[in-house]
Design a protein around this ligand. Structure first.
Ligand SMILES: [Zn+2]
Length: 410
């Protein structure tokens, strides 16, 4: 803005930007909604200068599995999913990926009512079932799986639609020619191939015709298995070792997403797996209304769990920034690269005695907890818990204090 070199200057934070291999004390400058510079001792004037000493300055977080299509179209009085602006900014999340709440039939409604109007950047997986999971019966009906239409939408809105989702195909025997055990997964893969997109798999139960290992072996390199530490998945073999076929799948490029949710994260699977080197590629909340106050809570809570399990901080940040960005075809996100969109999370790492729940009512104690102090989305400060950059009230003018410059505040 006129008269200043920068709109916003975050000084002296610990900048953790795994995409650019950076973990050091540095400044981050923002101008016109973009990152203008990153490095120690950035000079020049700023409309708003924030002392970030003692804070972590990270790229805005990416929650790559959550549910933000807020209502069931056929049940408008039931609020099932979350509002991204209401639930994500307080935990430093600036980009969410809706994991197939919406099928191809409702996609335009989703785009117009949520994607186009949210401050948080909303990307989407498109559900292979026409009605998505807002009409769950649709996910049971092979006649609703239309790979060609899903692929066309994924291609037409290629910047927004980042993957194809297959989920909740509970169908039990008897299977028939129309109702095949892998009908949903196979249709998703066909759509993924046509659109050049990965698929995310949320599959259960296991049946002789549809074993877990068969699912893993069906997945292509780049496809994503979510809910990887759910109780029902045989992550560990009978000797407590990570199942060999999972290690082999990772070797050939299958990706593993945490997808916490209300029922899909068990320390009893996750901790032994982590100690054997089988960590999630991406951390994600699978947030919807039924778990916002449960064990999942938010993405930072899940990152905190991993710090307590033993994951280094920069790795936890990477799995919530650069890793989902690359996984879902948006390498320009999840980074503090000059010229890129100024999405920034200022985090505080608290040391103390904390407890965390999993989805099986078990507790993990640990000494780390991450909290969000400030969230910047596209250069705008949209969450500022500690009133950073504001004058002390004893020095504030008698009238309403307006921050200099064009930066919109809360
Ligand atoms: Zn989900």
């Amino acid at each position: 803005m006129a008269g200043y070199d920068y709109d916003l200057l975050l000084k002296n934070g610990r900048v953790i930007d795994p995409a650019n291999g950076m973990d050091q004390r540095a400044d981050v400058a923002v101008r016109d909604g973009k990152i203008a510079g990153v490095g120690p001792g950035i000079g020049g004037s700023a409309a708003r200068e924030i002392d970030a000493a003692g804070l972590i300055v990270a790229p805005g977080l990416i929650d790559c599995h959550c549910h933000v299509y807020p209502t069931f179209p056929q049940e408008p009085d039931k609020l099932y999913n979350i509002n991204p602006d209401a639930h994500m900014l307080q935990s430093g999340v600036t980009t969410v990926i809706d994991a197939g709440t919406c099928g191809w039939r409702d996609f335009m409604r989703f785009k117009e009512t949520v994607i186009d109007v949210s401050e948080v950047r909303v990307l989407a997986m498109i559900n292979i079932a026409a009605g998505g999971m807002v009409r769950m019966q649709s996910e049971q009906e092979p006649s609703e799986f239309n790979a060609a239409v899903a692929a066309e939408i994924a291609k037409a809105y290629g910047d927004i639609v980042v993957a194809i989702k297959t989920a909740h195909y509970w169908t039990h025997r008897p299977f028939t020619d129309e109702r095949k055990p892998w009908a949903s997964g196979d249709a998703a893969i066909r759509a993924g191939e046509m659109a050049g997109k990965p698929c995310m798999f949320d599959f259960y139960p296991w049946l002789p015709e549809r074993p877990y290992q068969g699912l893993i072996e069906r997945m292509r390199p780049g496809d994503v298995h979510t809910h990887m530490y759910a109780q029902q998945f045989p992550v560990l073999d009978e000797h407590g070792r990570v199942s060999e076929f999972l290690l082999k799948a990772r070797e050939r490029g299958v990706r593993f997403d945490l997808g916490h949710g209300a029922g899909s994260f068990w320390f009893r699977n996750a901790v032994p797996a982590y100690r054997q080197g089988f960590a999630p590629d991406t951390l994600s909340s699978d947030l919807y209304m039924e778990n916002i106050h449960g064990a999942a809570l938010n993405l930072l809570n899940i990152m905190s769990k991993y710090l307590c399990i033993g994951m280094p901080l920069e790795e936890a940040v990477a799995r919530a920034t650069v890793e989902p960005a690359k996984q879902f075809g948006h390498p320009e996100l999840g980074a503090l690269t000059p010229g890129g969109c100024a999405d920034v999370a200022l985090l505080k790492l608290h040391e103390g005695d904390f407890g965390y729940a999993d989805c099986g009512n078990a507790r993990l104690r640990g000494k780390w907890r991450l909290e969000c102090e400030m969230t910047v989305r596209g250069g705008k400060i949209l969450f500022n818990r500690d009133a950073l950059g504001m004058p002390d009230w004893t020095e504030a003018p008698a009238s309403y204090w307006t921050p200099p410059g064009i930066i919109q505040d809360i």
